[in-house]
Design a protein around this ligand. Structure first.
Ligand SMILES: NC(=O)C1=CN([C@@H]2O[C@H](COP(=O)(O)OP(=O)(O)OC[C@H]3O[C@@H](n4cnc5c(N)ncnc54)[C@H](OP(=O)(O)O)[C@@H]3O)[C@@H](O)[C@H]2O)[C@@H](O)CC1
Ligand SMILES: [K+]
Length: 505
């Protein structure tokens, strides 16, 4: 699913109107109908009052339609009409259509005292959406502050009013508890900095023209800013397994992980390699980790380093279909040389994580040794160490894209909505995962999953998209069963089976 800019979304609306021979009012009706359906799912009790705060653009127009539709379902709904500017045509029409419906409408004009809102009411925020042209200021900014200070539950129509859809946040913004985003996702939904403003968000879909078919009109195509991975597409990318396949078919993965005190990272990552479906796994570990590995994970073969505590000399790499390197390896001088040697000798895409990333950050000349199309999986701090600090999320995505393209790498930036930048210049966002996965070892599990997918012959971009999705989905399924608080990395790994099953459905 494409992620469009506000301008592209406007063009897509027009393209939909032309292609389907509908009016803009009918499109607004579609959007508001879908919103109302989602809203009543969240708030099934029609006795709970709903106050829709509407602006004068089409976001406000949506709010007016929502009010009318909720009223027809017997909700106790009223409208606060903020007279911000000139009404859009569809706003005007829908304002007229409110007459005679028995909906209380309170007008709010600059300078008016703030309207009283009962604390139990759900506030529907329809002041501004994607048409925000500048930071909100003056009286309307104070209205946003007023709404934010209320104890009420706030539901944003499309976006929290005041949120910049395509760039860093400027100016005041409604703090939504729930955002029901209309049609297609906007980049702002994925920015970690916006988490508090958006609350939980959901996409509310309704029929819109396909932006890929209409991209000349929408100004998109390669210029679309990003794509949200969805199950329907990813499910189709899973490889089939055939009766005569055997462990050789599914690849032999090699993992360089663990050191004295961090052998858990090797165990978790190793399990994930095989649970993701690789046929064979060899782990390179320091001598002191040998018993730990063999006892806790008998399915793995071990190659033991000459050093007791660290990996220092890594032998022949020719036999392996994929390599994962980094979890728990530390940054000892001899380990740095071992990483350098692996990077310079292996010629296929590999997975580079954790300490291997920190080693590369400390020795930038290593970046050039990384085999083309390899996967780098930094979290934001590691990303900053590698590629420098950025001012905001949007700038970081830009850098992520540039460095992926320039270096021919797949860069997996691990955030709430992990982003994947490809050598081809695309940016994908992942929708699965939950805060319960912010616990030790889940990153090691991801390294394992990605290494396991590469071993099975998935191309690196598909491996990244699938691996991040499956890992997050396994975490979601585990959290559903066990709670987010309880979650351990091994629960994520042990739910990979269910995640595969669900994705195949
Ligand atoms: N396909 C879909 O998803 C569909 C989406 N739809 C909906 O349309 C929404 C976009 O509607 P929109 O373009 O009319 O813009 P909207 O956000 O209502 O604001 C514009 C108004 O605000 C004003 N204004 C702007 N900034 C301001 C400021 N800082 N301070 C004060 N005023 C400011 C601006 O005035 P102006 O800048 O012209 O002075 C204008 O009056 C979108 O979010 C979705 O809800 C559906 O209806 C159809 C299908
Ligand atoms: K809004």
């Amino acid at each position: 699913m494409r992620i469009l800019t506000a301008a592209q979304l406007r063009a897509l609306d027009q393209a939909t109107i032309r292609a389907e021979k509908i009016t803009s009012g009918e499109l607004m009706e579609r959007a508001a109908k879908a919103f109302t359906k989602a809203f009543t799912r969240h708030f099934p009790d029609p006795e709970r009052p709903v106050v829709v705060v509407c602006g004068t653009g089409n976001n406000g127009g949506d709010g007016l339609v929502v009010a009318r539709r909720l009223k027809s379902r017997n909700y106790k709904v009223s409208v606060i009409q903020a007279n911000i500017g000139t009404r859009s045509a569809d706003n005007q029409d829908n304002f007229k259509r409110l007459k005679g419906q028995g909906i209380e409408v309170r007008q709010l004009t600059q300078g008016d005292p703030w309207p009283a809102i009962a604390p139990e009411a759900v506030v529907v925020d329809a002041l501004f959406g994607t048409g925000l042209g500048r930071p909100v200021a003056g009286y309307w900014a104070e209205l946003i502050d007023y709404l934010n200070a209320l104890p009420n539950f706030r539901v944003a129509v499309d976006l929290p009013s005041g949120l910049s859809s395509d760039g860093p946040q400027e100016g005041p913004c409604v703090h939504a508890d729930l955002t029901l985003c209309l049609g297609l996702p906007k980049l702002a939904l994925f920015a970690p900095a916006n988490t508090q403003l958006l609350g939980n968000w959901e996409l509310v879909t309704f029929p819109l023209a396909d932006p890929d078919r209409l991209h000349p009109e929408v100004g998109g195509g390669p210029a679309y800013q990003a794509t949200l991975n969805d199950a329907s597409e990813l499910g189709g990318l899973l490889k089939k397994r055939y009766a005569n396949d055997h462990k050789g078919t599914f690849g032999h993965a090699f993992l360089v992980a663990g050191a004295f005190g961090t052998m858990g990272a090797a165990v978790i990552a190793g399990r994930a390699v095989l649970r993701a479906g690789a046929g064979l796994l060899t782990c390179h570990i320091p001598r002191s980790g040998y018993e730990i590995m063999q006892i806790s994970f008998p399915e793995a073969m071990c190659k033991v380093d000459t050093h007791r505590y660290h990996s220092t000399e890594i032998g022949d790499l020719g036999a392996y279909d994929s390599i994962g390197i980094g979890p728990g390896i530390g940054q000892e001088a001899l380990t740095v040389e071992a990483v350098r040697s692996v990077l310079s000798r292996y010629e296929r895409p590999m997975v580079i994580d954790a300490d291997a990333i920190n080693i590369i950050a400390a020795h930038p000349e290593l970046l050039k040794l990384i085999p083309k199309n390899s996967l780098l999986t930094p979290h934001p701090k590691e990303f900053a160490r590698l590629f420098g600090e950025t001012e905001h999320d949007f700038a970081r995505w830009q850098v992520q894209r540039e460095v992926a393209k320039r270096n021919g790498l797949v860069i997996v930036l691990k955030t709430g909505f992990t982003s994947i930048a490809t050598p081809g210049g695309e940016l994908y966002f992942n929708p699965t995962g939950n805060p319960g996965m912010g616990t030790a070892g889940t990153g090691d599990a991801l390294t394992g999953v990605l290494t396991g997918l590469l071993a099975q012959g998935y191309d690196p971009v598909t491996a990244a998209r699938l691996g991040v999705y499956l890992h997050g989905l396994a975490g979601d399924l585990a959290a559903e069963e066990l709670s987010q608080e309880f979650l351990l990395a091994e629960d994520v790994v042990s739910h990979l089976g269910q995640a595969y099953r669900k994705l195949r459905e």
